[in-house]
Design a protein around this ligand. Structure first.
Ligand SMILES: Cc1cc2nc3c(=O)[nH]c(=O)nc-3n(C[C@H](O)[C@H](O)[C@H](O)COP(=O)(O)OP(=O)(O)OC[C@H]3O[C@@H](n4cnc5c(N)ncnc54)[C@H](O)[C@@H]3O)c2cc1C
Length: 132
């Protein structure tokens, strides 16, 4: 299968991109090294997020799950624990080849949404329900 869009990284950016590619009925595959939801799921699931519009505050894990549920609902395919190791253009076939730790994929477009790195914050993440 040649995917219309292959998105590397299923954090908020990748999952948002998937929402809009699916709105345009493009076949969409997301690959994530870890779990879908990005930093919300893997770094601060128990932290309240105060700056997401429409919520007074929402816990990181709940917001991450909402992103994932919406992408699934729209028909995106998500593969977790699949690390992308190489991306290369195939000019002869006019497509992009993406190699992961599990498989090689073919795509018409690739979106790199790998975030700022999965390094843990050096600051302790305090749980609080007020933004100040
Ligand atoms: C402790 C903490 C608290 C924060 N609190 C807030 C807050 O309250 N409000 C706010 O707006 N922002 C907050 N942020 C920042 C926010 O989490 C990030 O801006 C946001 O997660 C960025 O989303 P992203 O999709 O770009 O990247 P990420 O969430 O980092 O997602 C990138 C994804 O790409 C995957 N990936 C990386 N490399 C590969 C690869 N080679 N192959 C496959 N997958 C790969 C990763 O596993 C990850 O899941 C906080 C960050 C931290 C660390």
């Amino acid at each position: 299968m040649i995917w219309d869009t292959l998105i590397i990284g299923a954090g908020p950016a990748g999952l948002s991109a998937a929402l809009f590619t699916r709105m345009r009925r493009m076949s969409t595959l997301l690959l994530d090294t870890a779990v879908a939801g990005g930093q919300l799921a893997s770094l601060y699931p128990k932290k309240p997020v105060h700056d997401y519009p429409s919520y007074t505050y929402v816990m990181g894990e709940d917001l991450g799950k909402n992103f994932v549920d919406q992408a699934n609902h729209m028909g995106a395919e998500i593969h977790e624990r699949e690390h992308v190791t190489m991306i290369r253009r195939d000019d002869d076939q006019n497509l992009i080849r993406v190699t992961s730790t599990k498989e090689e994929y073919e795509a018409r477009t690739v979106i790199v949404a790998t975030g700022g790195g999965a390094a843990r914050s050096s600051r302790r993440c305090r749980s609080r329900t007020s933004p100040t």
